[in-house]
Write a protein that binds this ligand. Structure first.
Ligand code: ADP
Ligand code: MG
Length: 246
């Protein structure tokens, strides 16, 4: 075995797979650029760190389960004027995640609630946090399945591995009693432990109706809105902006 292959194998054995894969190229670049030993030592470790970081970001993006890719810098604040860029930018230090605070976007369809949620979560992933997106229907299905299998607690704990959970469209459809009970378990576990972003078309004054006035409604809403930043979005639907509807 050539020396370079034997050396690459040693890096591989130590799980420096990225150095192992590119060792020949990195050595050639170092020789071509007359790098010092110290510079080369640093380049090797930087190469491994950068690629590991990129892989982790890619993995976290895949695990985030975004329904679509939406970027914050594509959000048009001249169309949606009930929230400012400054308000959204002030969230970008992610202290709301560190402090386990929630964000709630309330508003009618098409005003950008989902876009903003995915945009914020995308930036949080870039910053090294783990996020998970699901519609409230998806969440209730996940919880129901787990409950039937008798592992609701484990399922909720595995969701709690994410730093930030987005529940999209909470309150669009009425919920069964068991769904409400499962949701309560979920919200109760996440309360002051993880951050939630919730989008809804219901003002809280109507949440009682949506939860069918059930006893569990009050503690659910109470936990969600305690430590929450609430944004009321209004205006026209962006979806109708370019349509031919009059
Ligand atoms: P909501 O979740 O409030 O129903 P969405 O976030 O799904 O609305 O927005 C509907 C569509 O319009 C999406 O494709 C979204 O990217 C786009 N959109 C909404 N508001 C804006 C905006 N202010 N700037 C750019 N695109 C927007
Ligand atoms: Mg939406």
């Amino acid at each position: 075995m050539a020396l370079i292959e034997a050396t690459a194998q040693k890096y591989h054995n130590l799980r420096f797979n990225n150095i192992a894969k590119s060792l020949a190229l990195l050595i050639k670049q170092a020789e071509d650029n007359d790098l010092s030993y110290l510079q080369f030592a640093d380049i090797l470790v930087e190469h491994e760190l950068n690629l590991r970081n990129n892989n982790r970001l890619r993995l976290n993006l895949r695990r985030a389960n975004f329904s679509q890719i939406k970027r914050l810098d594509e959000f048009d604040y001249s169309f949606q004027t009930t929230i400012t860029k400054k308000q959204i930018n002030s969230l970008m230090d992610f202290s709301f995640i560190d402090n386990r605070e929630n964000i709630i976007f309330i508003g009618p369809p098409g005003v950008g609630k989902t876009h903003l949620s995915i945009g914020i979560a995308g930036k949080a992933i870039d910053a090294g946090y783990k996020a998970f997106f699901c519609s409230s229907l998806e969440l209730l299905e996940i919880l129901e399945l787990a409950e039937i299998k008798g592992n609701l607690k484990q399922q909720i704990n595995s969701l709690a591995k994410f730093d930030l959970l987005i529940i999209d469209e909470l309150g669009y459809l009425p919920m069964k009693k068991q769904h409400m009970y499962n949701l309560f378990q979920f919200i109760n576990t996440m309360y002051e432990m993880r951050s939630l972003i919730i989008t809804t078309n219901k003002d809280f004054t109507n949440w009682g109706d949506f939860f069918c006035g059930d006893n569990v409604a009050v503690p659910i809403v109470d936990r969600i809105i305690h430590h929450a930043k609430i944004f009321m979005l209004g205006g026209e639907s962006y979806r109708l902006k370019n349509s031919n509807c009059v």
